[in-house]
Design a protein around this ligand. Structure first.
Ligand code: GDP
Length: 304
């Protein structure tokens, strides 16, 4: 419900734009398709994905020789759902983690300001609520604020946070955090990393070094590399996803700040381009404002 509530806030919603695109039209013709193209692009779906959707609808119109605008809503939903990659619903439905991996190690990546720390805090709260033992690692050692904020979440939620002095090697913190997780018999270790994108080579080296030290403690760690993207930045989120997927293997996405933005369409473009499962979405600042991503729910909320 909070997703609905969140997306509803935008006056210029996808649904209202779609309404304007077909007003006074009973059949889907070239003009409607042109309007629809503009609606999708201005909703931050991305040009390539927009063209893909338009082509698919064109093909359906051509095949059936006719499509009423009253069918457009349903057909668009089908096409959009087909482009969305959700995580295996069983895994994430209730913030479940795969069994047999203890501790389950999550490495969190993303640029500063996208909501990385907040997402880690929210995740810890959700896991803790479900009786899991969590250890956090503050490996974003370049920003005092990031470490302090993670400690604050740790206190609030009641989970230990492994932190070292400013400017320590992030991989040293990652190593300690995973080790602490093993020693405490924790279920989950979540490690925050520095969100610097200054050079691709640096980022790549830094992230692979963190991975290597994690592996020294738990051979198949990290089990998950979660990339956090700010959904409200639209196409910037796409550019960041390109950078990070070049620098490291990303296994899951968290897309934040989808409350109060008309740019939720970026989820569709990102899903289509990267085929990486969207695991979580952020729809506010509180712990309960992180939700497992469900594509049908998302499509429904997008059309409200
Ligand atoms: P980081 O630099 O990536 O660690 O970003 P932070 O976690 O510090 O988040 C930056 C700002 O975004 C903070 O003010 C958060 O409260 C806010 N934030 C994070 N996630 C969400 C979200 O899903 N919705 C909203 N509205 N704000 C968010």
């Amino acid at each position: 419900e909070s997703l609905d509530k969140g997306l509803e806030k935008s006056k210029d919603s996808f649904f209202s734009k779609l309404g304007k695109a077909i007003v006074g039209k009973s059949t889907v013709d070239d003009e409607v398709l042109d309007n629809l193209e503009e609606v999708l692009v201005t909703s931050d779906v991305g040009v390539e994905t927009t063209l893909k959707i338009i082509e698919r609808i064109q093909a359906r119109v051509a095949k059936d020789k006719y499509m009423g605008t009253s069918d457009l809503d349903r057909i668009l939903r089908e096409e959009i759902a087909g482009l969305l990659t959700e995580s295996n619903a069983k895994d994430t439905e209730d913030f479940e983690i795969p069994s047999g991996k203890k501790p389950y190690v999550i490495m969190v990546v993303g640029v500063n300001g996208v909501g990385k720390t907040t997402t880690i805090g929210k995740l810890s709260a959700q896991f803790k609520k479900r009786g899991k033992n969590v250890v956090l690692g503050a490996a974003d050692t370049f920003r005092a604020a990031a470490v302090d904020q993670l400690k604050l979440w740790g206190e609030r939620v009641g989970v230990p946070v492994v932190a070292k002095g400013m400017n320590t090697d992030p991989s040293a913190v990652a190593f300690e955090a995973v080790k602490e997780g093993v020693e405490r018999n924790a279920d989950i270790v979540i490690v925050d990393t520095a969100g610097r994108l200054h050079t691709k080579v640096n980022l790549m080296n830094e992230l692979s070094k963190i991975k290597r030290v994690m592996e020294k403690v738990v051979p198949d760690a990290p089990h998950e590399v979660l990339l956090v993207l700010d959904g409200s930045t639209g196409q910037n989120a796409v550019i960041q996803a390109r950078e990070f997927t070049k620098a490291t293997e990303v296994t899951a996405l968290a897309i934040t700040k989808l409350d109060g933005t008309a740019k939720g369409g970026v989820v569709i473009g990102i899903s289509d381009e990267f085929k990486i499962p969207v695991k979580y979405i952020g729809v506010g600042e509180k712990a309960e404002d992180l939700q497992p991503f469900n594509k049908m729910e998302f499509v429904d909320s997008f059309f409200k």
